[in-house]
Design a protein around this ligand. Structure first.
Ligand code: ATP
Length: 315
């Protein structure tokens, strides 16, 4: 089966009027995305994620390279592509606060030229599905953050797209609202939709995405199924520990079975060469009086930090 999205050597440069030089936002990205997949688009600020999403949603033309969406070239057949993609922004962007949720959706249905009956049915169905039916006729400005995000999702789905782009969808939501939102996103995948998720939240990407890509300086530096992320690091096994003794701490990276030691919140993380080394390090630490030491596993955040460095923290 052909890929839902097939990108080949996609390049996008920007030239500002004031600055004569060119900014390379995408420097030749090749990527293929399957049906019913949640794909994480990760990367530091300015990496090129928004540019990629803008090109795939036909808002921006590429400088060179090709991108096919459901077999249609987005440069030569943008209208066919547009019918199949939905974009879900975060926050206040794109919603009209003074009018009701139903009126917001009806407006977007009209933009997509849905006929009246289809539009009415689609709005009612989506408002129910997003848990907004009770408040459907109230102004959006009275909605909580979580409700607004669910309305954004309804808006992105109004024309029944197969592919959805979600931009930082749970930013600013409380944990329960964010969890409920993730349930909705998983349902979209079950319906056979493909979801691109742009996020700076590594835990969210790990929990939600089937695959994660990491973009840095306009290039794809990682493209892996999420379940293989740990394997991507040479050392999968880690030990988290705290240590107040600088002399002892300095000895840890020198141990033959320790690959590296990195600072972590509240202490340090040692990456080990082999799974069997966990016990060795735990014993070594405990024998020297370190009692707060425990085995843990590499996370997506570790991979991110390894590949991008501390710039990852400046989001
Ligand atoms: N309209 C524009 N004109 C000039 N340069 C631009 C324009 N839009 C983006 N850029 C530049 O292109 C590069 C990629 O930007 P992009 O917005 O795609 O990154 P991003 O990964 O989405 O970042 P963020 O996480 O901050 O949203 C950056 O260097 C940015 O400054």
């Amino acid at each position: 089966m052909p890929a839902v999205v097939e990108i080949r050597e996609l390049v996008r440069t920007y030239r500002t009027r004031r600055k004569a030089e060119e900014t390379v936002a995408l420097g030749g990205v090749t990527l293929s995305v399957d049906d019913s997949e949640i794909l994480g688009l990760l990367g530091p600020n300015g990496a090129g994620k928004t540019t990629l999403v803008k090109i795939l949603s036909t808002v921006l033309l590429p400088t060179s390279g090709t991108a096919m969406v459901l077999g249609k070239d987005l440069v030569t057949a943008p209208r066919a592509v547009r019918e199949n993609v939905g974009v879900v922004f975060g926050g206040e962007r794109g919603l009209y606060p003074r009018i009701s949720a139903r009126q917001n959706l009806a407006f977007w249905a009209a933009l997509y030229r849905l006929d009246r009956r289809t539009a009415q049915n689609r709005c009612t169905e989506l408002l129910e599905r997003m848990g907004l039916a009770d408040r459907a006729d109230e102004p959006v400005e009275t909605f909580s953050r979580g409700m607004k995000q669910r309305l954004h999702l309804a808006r992105g789905l109004i024309h029944g797209p197969r592919i959805l782009f979600l931009d930082e969808p749970t930013t600013g939501m409380d944990p329960v609202a964010a969890r409920d939102f993730r349930v909705l996103v998983r349902e979209l995948r079950q319906e056979g939709r493909t979801v691109f998720l742009t996020t700076h939240d590594m835990a969210e990407a790990e929990a939600l995405c089937d695959r994660v890509t990491l973009i840095d300086h306009g290039r794809l530096v990682l493209d892996e199924p999420t379940r293989h992320i740990g394997r991507y690091l040479d050392a999968r096994e880690c030990v988290d520990f705290s240590c107040d003794d600088p002399a002892l701490l300095a000895q840890v990276p020198e141990l033959a079975f320790v690959e590296s030691v990195e600072p972590r919140e509240g202490g340090y993380r040692a990456l080990l060469r082999e799974p069997a080394d966990v016990a060795q390090l735990l014993v070594w630490l405990i024998e020297r009086g370190v009692l707060s030491a425990r085995r843990s596993e590499s996370t997506l955040e570790d991979v991110y930090l390894r590949l991008i460095g501390t710039r990852a923290m400046s989001v």
